[in-house]
Design a protein around this ligand. Structure first.
Ligand code: ZN
Length: 103
């Protein structure tokens, strides 16, 4: 893949108006898709998932993240690509989330 340019790849706007770029599934390499939940308990929340993920079918790719998890995932990706200075701005809570996500 191309190295961390800020190119205007495919992206969506999160609930806070923040821009979230669509990465590739780490399992399949397919471009992730953004969906809105129709389940009552998470109604209208955004989720990011692999297009190969079929709900209720364990044989399909299991990769799915809530909006917040996905935001963190993007930060982790950035941090891996380069020492991302933005992480300092994001604050302690987010850093903690990063640590939890790492293993
Ligand atoms: Zn996948």
């Amino acid at each position: 893949m191309s190295e961390g340019s800020t190119a205007s790849g495919p992206s969506v706007f999160g609930s806070q108006g923040n821009r979230l770029r669509l990465e590739d599934c780490p399992n399949c390499g397919c471009r992730l898709i953004c969906i809105r939940s129709k389940q009552p308990e998470t109604f209208n929340q955004m989720f990011f998932k692999c297009p190969n993920n079929v709900r209720g079918d364990p044989n399909t790719c299991e990769w799915i993240r809530s909006e917040r998890q996905y935001e963190t995932y993007l930060c982790v990706l950035d941090a891996r690509k380069q020492q991302c200075g933005d992480l300092q701005v994001i604050g302690d809570a987010r850093m903690q989330a990063l640590c939890e996500l790492k293993d």
